[in-house]
Design a protein around this ligand. Structure first.
Ligand code: AMP
Length: 141
């Protein structure tokens, strides 16, 4: 399977990314421990879903085919799970491109030496955006 992207966590963020990637003709495999989460995917969804714990290496290898993924996006709501997965996907499976979500910006320190890993911080992005609106309003006074 070419252009394969594995998305871990099918919450609002993961489901939106998975739906978009599938609509762009990428081969998408989305993993979530709660099968009900797949209801968030936009229909029709051309990707594959895998129900189970993404920290299970047997599941990652035999059901998500992680060894051949070109990219992985890690979006569970648990920073510690996401940190573990970032290390596993980078160090063991050598996935070339990995994006991982963290709520706590302090996690940057814990992934800085990992090859191919970029982090996003939704809380930080919201915080900065709110401050920028406030500052723009004060400048206009
Ligand atoms: P949210 O926190 O709402 O963005 O959703 C995160 C999603 O990640 C939920 O649908 C959870 O079921 C899923 N999730 C959390 N931990 C795991 C895990 N270890 N393996 C797979 N999916 C998980």
């Amino acid at each position: 399977m070419k252009n394969k992207v594995v998305i871990i966590g099918c919450g609002r963020l993961g489901a939106s990314i998975a739906s978009y990637a599938a609509s762009q003709s990428l081969n998408v495999i989305v993993v979530d421990s709660n099968p009900a989460a797949f209801e968030r995917l936009e229909e029709p969804f051309s990707g594959f879903t895998v129900a189970g714990d993404a920290t299970d290496q047997v599941l990652l290898e035999k059901e998500a085919y992680i060894q051949t993924a070109e990219a992985a996006i890690v979006t569970t709501g648990n920073d510690n799970v996401n940190l573990y997965l970032a290390h596993l996907l980078s160090r063991i499976y050598e996935v070339p491109e990995i994006v991982v979500r963290f709520d706590d910006p302090k996690y940057q320190e814990l992934i800085k030496d990992l090859k191919g890993v970029n982090a996003v911080y939704p809380f930080q992005l919201s915080f900065e955006k709110i401050l920028s609106y406030k500052e723009a309003k004060e400048d206009a006074k």
